[in-house]
Structure formats: C-alpha cells, structure tokens
Design a binder for this molecule. Structure first.
Ligand code: ZN
Length: 313
C-alpha cells in the first residue's frame, strides 16, 4: 500500500514537473507580420529553463521565416506552436544569428527545413555545440531533455534575399562571436541584431573581440531601421540599445586595460569602478566577473609584453 502511494506521489510529481515545463511563449507584434518572443533578463536557471533570449519570426506570403530557435528542443517545439497560434502558414526557413547555445539549441524542431547561418557559425556549432548542450543541461536541467545539436544545414550568403514579399538584407558582421548575422527586413524596417546588441542587460563576452564588435555596432547604426530587436532585452525604435551596448564595451575595455597597465591583480577588480547607468544593467555583477576572467589574462600579458608592468616575482 505504501509503495503504491509512493508511486502515485512520484507520478503526480512527474505530472506537475512536466506541466511546469512551459516557456509560456507569447509572440509580441513589433511591425506588420513581424513578431518577437522576449526572454528574461536573467542568467540560465532551472526557473527560466534557459529562456533568456529573444527569438522572432516574419509571416511572409511564402511562409514563416524564423530568427533563432531558442535554448532547447522544448523551446523550439513551443516556438513552433506559438507561431501556429498566429498563422496557419508553415515555417519555411530558419536563420541562426550566431553560435551561442541559447540561439540554436531549438533547431531540432525545424530540422527538416533550411537552417541558415554564416559559415563560421556552422563551423562553431559543429565544433562546440555538444559542449554548449552539456553545459546548458547542467544549468537548466530537465528543460533540456532530449535536446541534441542540429547544425545549420545551409550557408548564408550575405546580401539581399526576397522571401514572400519581404526583402531581407543579410549582413555578415563579427565581434560578439567570430560570425554574427544581422537581418534587416527592408520591407518593414525591422532589424534583428542578434547578440551584437543587448538592451537593459549586460552583454556577454566569452567569444568577443571588442574592437570588431564596436565597428559592427557602427555599421548597424548606419542602417535605416524602424525597430531594433536586440538578442537580449526589449525591442526599441531608435539607437539607444546600440549606444548602451557600445558604452558598456568601451567602459569594459578601457577599465580593464588601465588596470592591467597599472599592474592590478584580477582579484583586486571584483568591485569595479563603474558608472551607475552601467552598473544598473541586469546581471551586471555576474557578467562583468565572467568578462574579467576571460579578458583580463590577455590584457595582463599585453601590458607585460609592452613593458608597462614588470614581471611579478
Ligand atoms: Zn550570444
């Protein structure tokens, strides 16, 4: 009797857990035929299931074009279901903006379709996808159940691509990673910037090249967009998100370079001198500390090589 009760309780727990694994995706319209699903301004966690990312889709005459597939198989499936609540047109193509796991691990739900990405993004996912997948499983647990890496099967050629009456400008940039795809829908003026732009949330830098990132932001600034969809944070109708991302990266680079040149040890920099408006960005402490740990050793080495500081005995 007791064991039956135990089984019943476990079954119920399983049902509750399964019921809780709902990303509750709600497409928000940002322009005609254009929708964005906005993630949480947080870190990966068991609570958010890895949904810290923006994905989007455009309903064209020829079918639906999706931009990024989210952090898990489950997210990809729930994204597909959310699209089906908006339109009965089928998904015809998925673009992946870059190789980070929160942007492509939902690919499984779209694996019969063309999944397009820049060449270096394809390579990066083939090389590092499984490591990203394992890592995310550790961070968000059962939300990742059954997720496996599906690498993009089509290489993006930068330039114009017309799909179902929407003229998409595919722009190859880099700096957040070695290959960052931005997509400007010239028909509606919506710019999907991927993780070249963060808004209200501290940018992540594990594969960043800060100078290249800044020049990519300058290129985005020149585009004629009406709505900017950042990779993380709320969509905006002006350049404020570009400026904020640029300001954070400038501060980060300048501060860490100055500290390296003056011989400061990494451990001394855990409480940085940072302008209030940047400190207020979501998850500042965690992302700054991550950036410190992966950017600072190279800056210290450069300061040493330039003779700005002497070798510690
Ligand atoms: Zn990213």
């Amino acid at each position: 009797m007791r064991s039956l009760l135990f089984i019943a309780v476990m079954l119920l727990a399983g049902v509750i857990q399964a019921a809780e694994r709902d990303y509750k995706l709600k497409p928000q319209q940002v322009a005609e035929n254009t929708y964005v699903l906005i993630g949480h301004d947080e870190h990966f966690s068991f609570t958010n299931g890895g949904n810290i990312v923006n994905t989007g889709f455009i309903v064209t005459e020829a079918g639906v074009v999706v931009i990024d597939s989210g952090p898990s198989r489950l997210y990809g499936e729930q994204l597909k279901a959310a699209i089906a609540r908006v339109t009965d047109k089928p998904v015809v193509k998925l673009f992946i903006t870059h190789m980070h796991p929160d942007h492509f691990l939902g690919n499984q739900a779209f694996e019969d379709l063309p999944i397009a990405a820049l060449e270096k993004t394809q390579d990066g996912i083939r090389l590092m996808g499984e490591t990203f997948n394992d890592n995310l499983y550790r961070l968000v647990g059962s939300w990742m159940k059954g997720t496996r890496v599906v690498a993009p099967n089509l290489q993006v050629e930068p330039g114009l691509e017309e799909i179902g009456g929407h003229r998409l400008q595919l722009i190859a940039l880099q700096g957040h990673t070695g290959a960052d795809l931005a997509i400007l829908d010239q028909t509606t003026g919506v710019l999907f910037a991927g993780d070249l732009v963060f808004y209200g949330r501290t940018p992540t830098t594990p594969h960043a090249h800060l100078d290249e990132w800044q020049s990519a932001l300058e290129q985005l600034r020149k585009l004629d967009f009406k709505v900017m969809v950042p990779g993380h944070g709320a969509p905006v109708t002006n350049e404020v998100a570009i400026s904020q991302t640029s300001a954070y990266l400038s501060w980060l680079q300048q501060y860490l370079t100055e500290q390296a040149d003056s011989g400061a040890a990494m451990a001394e920099l855990l409480q940085p001198d940072v302008p209030q408006n940047l400190r207020e960005l979501a998850v500042f402490n965690d992302e700054y500390t991550r950036s410190l740990s992966h950017l600072y050793p190279a800056l210290e080495a450069a300061a040493l090589a330039d003779g700005k500081v002497e070798q510690q005995q």
